[in-house]
Design a protein around this ligand. Structure first.
Ligand SMILES: NC(=O)C1=CN([C@@H]2O[C@H](COP(=O)(O)OP(=O)(O)OC[C@H]3O[C@@H](n4cnc5c(N)ncnc54)[C@H](O)[C@@H]3O)[C@@H](O)[C@H]2O)[C@@H](O)CC1
Ligand SMILES: Nc1ncnc2c1ncn2[C@@H]1O[C@H](COP(=O)(O)OP(=O)(O)O)[C@@H](O)[C@H]1O
Ligand SMILES: [K+]
Length: 501
């Protein structure tokens, strides 16, 4: 799967650049696109007798006329249903002219139960909710359990945000062209696409040099080059030392999950900083992980003066009954450098004064990584969270720019954003991760990789991918305790991938 994501506008630009350089003109690209869809349909549904092709008035509809013609030529009984004729002089008008089938009106279309429907109504050009008839057909297809193959995107889904702009089709297969769009990966777009195929339609890779996309799919190719590999000269502390702050005696488990995950991700040494009253319970459950008494923000400074870790995790299970903010600010001020992963209570503690965190982070030698889920995100960035005009991608980017942090905006479609404008959308998430404590593990993996000097954005992306990959392998019955133990096999496979690939 290609790593770059293109917004619909960037895709249009790619199209224009490619057409101006040849050899394919717009209609040739449309024929290639239609041929790619028809091939996927024939591969999956070769015995299908009746196929309905819904064609819109733009180029998405143009692709539909090509698909209809090719399926007809392959011997299928095809019905074309059009939402109005294509505009004169467009590529779609050429495609409609070359299609031998007469189009029936959308208003008369009623899908049979389980029928096969090619949705070529709207793709990248969708700018407003589906009109009444198109919306009715989308709902009718869902009610009839029609098997929908979407051309480029399920109609009604925004390619920029993945949002359903009103009613939308739900596809079992989506065939898109050249590169994925954010709307294929952001929910609910991701769920509406079903299986996704990215087809080559003849656009040269060189068009990307001019577009220089800043949004990427979170795949190993994105961060493999900086993935930590131990060297012969290293010893435990130079491999990376992580400190995890523990909560009080009733809530120590979260910190231990983070600590174990950091160690399993390759950090050479991990220390739990524990309040005195929780030392005994932590000691009873830790073996290779070290333990140090740290009772208050002053003690943080003392601990760092003895040995300053390369990465910190602050927040999981920490508790809001202690002045978490003071602890976080003490770390940001006292540390000589490295990374602090602020999660859970660490994030929530700044809900009244997020700017205090952002200012401290900007003047700290430490890099800040924030790992909010949706609720935590709204506490630090209430205006971004409430702005329905912004996609999850734009919200994460805005949050990173404002805070100067790498932001891991968690969920089924986790977005990782950096203050320099780069962003990645995760693709291998699984609902098995929706289990208490899995976020604590993620924070630990991020810290474990960052402590090994992986750049913060890369460490965040790699951690999100590894975390999801481990969960997918385990599947049903997963609890957070299982995740650290799954890291070795995920690590082994990552290290076996040739970085030159
Ligand atoms: N960009 C590319 O490289 C290629 C694009 N192709 C196809 O072209 C499509 C994009 O074509 P268009 O830009 O013509 O866009 P669409 O065909 O998606 O939409 C057509 C026009 O309908 C209008 N419209 C938007 N939302 C509407 C709504 N809800 N109800 C009624 N009208 C609405 C808009 O004016 C829009 O330009 C892609 O999705 C893809 O299928 C392919 O032909 C191959 C090459
Ligand atoms: N439905 C889902 N699909 C994929 N990933 C999910 C889903 N729900 C949660 N996750 C992931 O699980 C983790 C949960 O983290 P978090 O909400 O902080 O939980 P906790 O605080 O219990 O540890 C995050 O990495 C999130 O992206
Ligand atoms: K479509």
């Amino acid at each position: 799967m290609p790593i770059e994501l293109l917004s619909p506008a960037e895709m249009g630009e790619a199209d224009r650049i490619a057409i101006s350089h040849g050899p394919f003109d717009g209609y040739a690209l449309m024929r290639n696109a239609g041929a790619a869809v028809a091939a996927e349909v024939l591969r999956r549904f070769s015995g299908e007798k009746h196929i309905n092709v819904l064609c819109g008035p733009g180029n998405n509809g143009g692709d539909g006329y090509v698909v209809a013609r090719l399926l007809r030529e392959a011997g299928c009984a095809v019905r074309v249903i059009a939402e109005g004729p294509p505009r004169e002089g467009t590529d779609a008008a050429l495609a409609a002219r070359d299609c031998p089938l007469e189009a029936g009106p959308l208003s008369a279309f009623e899908p049979d139960a389980g029928s096969l429907v090619i949705d070529a109504l709207y793709g990248a050009g969708l700018t407003r909710p589906l009109d009444r008839e198109a919306a009715r057909v989308a709902a009718a297809c869902r009610n009839a359990c029609a098997r929908v193959v979407a051309v480029d995107l399920p109609s009604g889904i925004s390619g920029d945000s993945g949002r359903a702009v009103g009613e939308a089709f739900e596809a079992m297969l989506t065939v898109t062209f050249f590169r994925l769009k954010p709307g294929h990966l952001l929910e609910p777009g991701r769920a509406s696409c079903g299986e996704i195929v990215v087809a080559d339609i003849g656009l040269p890779e060189t068009v990307l040099e001019q577009i220089a996309p800043r949004t990427l799919v979170n795949l190993p190719a994105l961060w493999l080059a900086t993935y930590p590999r131990p060297t012969r000269q290293q010893y435990k502390y130079s491999r990376g030392h992580v400190a995890v702050f523990s909560g009080g005696p009733g809530s120590t488990g979260a910190a231990r999950l983070s600590a174990l995950a950091a160690a399993r991700s390759g950090a050479g040494a991990v220390t739990v900083y524990s309040p005195g009253n929780a030392l005994a319970v932590n000691a009873a459950h830790l073996t290779s992980i070290m333990l140090r008494r740290v009772d208050d923000p002053d003690a943080v400074r003392d601990a760092l003066a003895v040995r300053s870790p390369d990465a910190f995790v602050l927040g999981p299970g920490f508790g809001l009954d202690r002045p978490v903010r003071e602890w976080a600010l003490a770390v940001l001020k006292a540390s000589a450098g490295g990374v602090v992963v602020l999660d859970a209570d660490g994030i929530t503690s700044f809900r009244d004064r997020p700017e205090a965190l952002f200012e401290a982070a900007k003047s700290s030698p430490l890099d800040l990584i924030l790992t909010p889920h949706e609720g935590e995100f709204a506490r630090l960035f209430p205006d971004l969270a409430a702005d329905d005009g912004l996609s999850k991608l734009e919200k994460a980017r805005g949050a990173a720019a404002r805070s100067g942090a790498v932001v891991i905006f968690k969920g089924p479609d986790t977005v990782i954003a950096s203050a320099d404008g780069r962003a990645a959308i995760n693709f291998n998430g699984t609902p098995w991760l929706a289990t208490a404590g899995s976020g604590d593990v993620l924070a630990g993996i991020v810290a474990g990789l960052a402590a090994q000097k992986m750049p913060p954005f890369d460490a965040a992306c790699a951690a999100v991918w590894m975390h999801a990959e481990a969960a997918r392998r385990f599947g049903p019955g997963l609890i957070a305790e299982d995740l650290p133990g799954l890291m070795p096999q995920v690590l082994r496979e990552i290290l076996a991938i040739d970085p030159a690939l």
